[in-house]
Design a protein around this ligand. Structure first.
Ligand SMILES: Nc1ncnc2c1ncn2[C@@H]1O[C@H](COP(=O)(O)OP(=O)(O)OP(=O)(O)O)[C@@H](O)[C@H]1O
Ligand SMILES: [Mg+2]
Length: 307
């Protein structure tokens, strides 16, 4: 027992403590408290952990289901792509053989009309001759369309050989040829040198020729014009462009631009069958690239492509 003295407001007080006993008791009490607390904490944590584990189990199961779904969709997608490719191939060979087989009877139609016109011209009156001439003109147009379909088909079926291709060189060769139809040199050309890409040289030549001859066709009627071929960067990606300052087209009809036999200008003003850009699109697709265009009427058109 310890005795302590306290002075409070001038008076002395004496206190006796049963120090050791109370200490022990307090310690005991504290220990009890601790262990109770600890138990509570452990219980709380355990139930929390159990909850988390359940949640984790649930999300893991959900993830497994999701993965199964994704795998299923991927398989379905692959099947659909395979099927589509097969149908496409079938369609390609169908259109190829039809176009091919149509040529012979068409040539005979044109040939016999010609014979009629030449050998029986004294029997035929003017109307008869006129109709025969129209039959011939139509069969010739049809023959041209068929030929273009065949070219398109050949381009899609052609085996691809990828190599480094200097497309600036190709553009220059094509431009030299185009310039022959512009002796007054109304159109100026600008080609960025040293553009090298990976691709099939024949297909790329065909494509650049189509784009440059379109640019020329739709610019030539203006007094002056400029056609440029080069490289630029759009959204951090390198793209090749063919730009002209020609008559342009109405962007409202953009969806028709790359569709076979669709034209945004009349035959009367500008010759063509409307197969060029359909072919160009196929070539870009076969190279795994993209092509798009921007145009403003009477200001000009730019075609952009990646490969
Ligand atoms: N540079 C351009 N400027 C303006 N219009 C264009 C340009 N390029 C294409 N077009 C429009 O897109 C249409 C389709 O082009 P595409 O090259 O397929 O056919 P085309 O040139 O008319 O005929 P083809 O190429 O078969 O001789 C064109 O008729 C024209 O209306
Ligand atoms: Mg064309």
């Amino acid at each position: 027992v310890t005795t302590r003295y306290f002075n409070f407001q001038g008076r002395e007080y004496e206190f006796a403590f049963a120090q050791n006993i109370s200490k022990e008791k307090a310690a005991e009490e504290q220990l009890k408290n601790y262990s109770e607390n600890l138990e509570n904490i452990i219980n709380e944590r355990t139930s929390e952990v159990e909850k988390q584990a359940k949640k984790l189990g649930d999300s893991q199961r959900a993830l497994t289901y999701l993965l199964e779904d994704v795998n299923d969709s991927r398989d379905e997608l692959k099947d659909a792509v395979d099927e589509l490719e097969a149908v496409n191939k079938e369609l390609e060979s169908f259109s190829y053989s039809v176009s091919h087989d149509l040529r012979a009877p068409l040539t005979r139609m044109d040939g016999f009309s010609k014979v009629l016109l030449e050998k029986y011209s004294d029997i035929l009156d003017d109307d008869g001759k006129h109709y025969l001439k129209r039959i011939r003109a139509s069969s010739q147009i049809m023959a041209q369309l068929i030929n273009e379909l065949l070219t398109l088909s050949r381009i899609t079926r052609r085996e691809m050989k990828k190599e480094e291709v200097d497309i600036s060189k190709i553009a220059n060769i094509i431009i030299n040829d185009i310039k022959k139809s512009d002796p007054e040199q109304k159109i100026k050309f600008e080609v960025q040198d040293g553009l090298i890409v990976m691709g099939d040289k024949t297909l790329l030549t065909f494509m650049i020729e189509n784009l440059l001859s379109n640019a020329f066709k739709f610019t030539f009627k203006k007094d002056k014009g400029k056609i440029s071929f080069g490289k630029t960067v759009i959204d951090d990606k390198e793209v090749i462009f063919v730009r002209d300052t020609g008559v342009g087209f109405n962007m409202k009809y953009y969806e028709k631009l790359f569709v076979a036999f669709q034209r945004l200008h009349s035959d009367k003003d500008y010759e063509g069958t409307g197969i060029g850009l359909a072919t160009v699109l196929r070539i870009v697709n076969r190279h795994g690239g993209k092509i798009w265009a921007e145009s403003e009427i009477n200001v000009g058109t730019t075609f952009y492509f990646t490969l």
